[in-house]
Design a protein around this ligand. Structure first.
Ligand code: AMP
Ligand code: ZN
Length: 109
């Protein structure tokens, strides 16, 4: 999708510190980390929000990739966050899962 920053990172049109990739999911470092480890996991195929039809399968793939990355990095404790809608803090309209670790447990993003 044009003018979507996360699609551009997926397509290598914008730089991203990519830490994981498979055929459906890309994970990269958040540019403004809110915790010592702050990753964003996105579907390679554009989908705006958890509110969209059929997002459950995509969300499952992101959670599955997050578990895989956490295991690989030896993270036993972490936070997984979907912001849904602008008032909840969603600023990028390409569905994404935040993975945060190493910060205070009361952290909100
Ligand atoms: P949200 O507020 O849930 O929509 O999260 C969007 C996140 O994307 C924020 O935490 C931003 O810091 C992050 N972000 C925005 N632009 C970039 C970028 N070019 N590369 C990496 N992370 C970004
Ligand atoms: Zn997109």
């Amino acid at each position: 999708m044009e003018d979507c920053i996360f699609c551009k990172i997926v397509n290598r049109e914008l730089p991203g510190e990519i830490v994981y990739e498979d055929d459906r999911v890309l994970a990269f470092l958040d540019i403004h980390p809110k915790a010592p480890i702050h990753l964003l996991l996105v579907p390679k195929s554009h989908l705006a929000s958890i509110q969209n039809e059929g997002s459950e399968d995509v969300a499952g793939e992101l959670v599955s990739a997050a578990k895989h990355i956490a295991k690989e990095k030896g993270l036993s404790s972490y936070k997984l966050v979907f912001n849904v809608g602008r008032e909840a803090g969603q600023t990028v309209n390409h569905l994404h899962l935040h993975l945060l670790s190493g910060g205070p447990s009361e952290l909100t993003i």
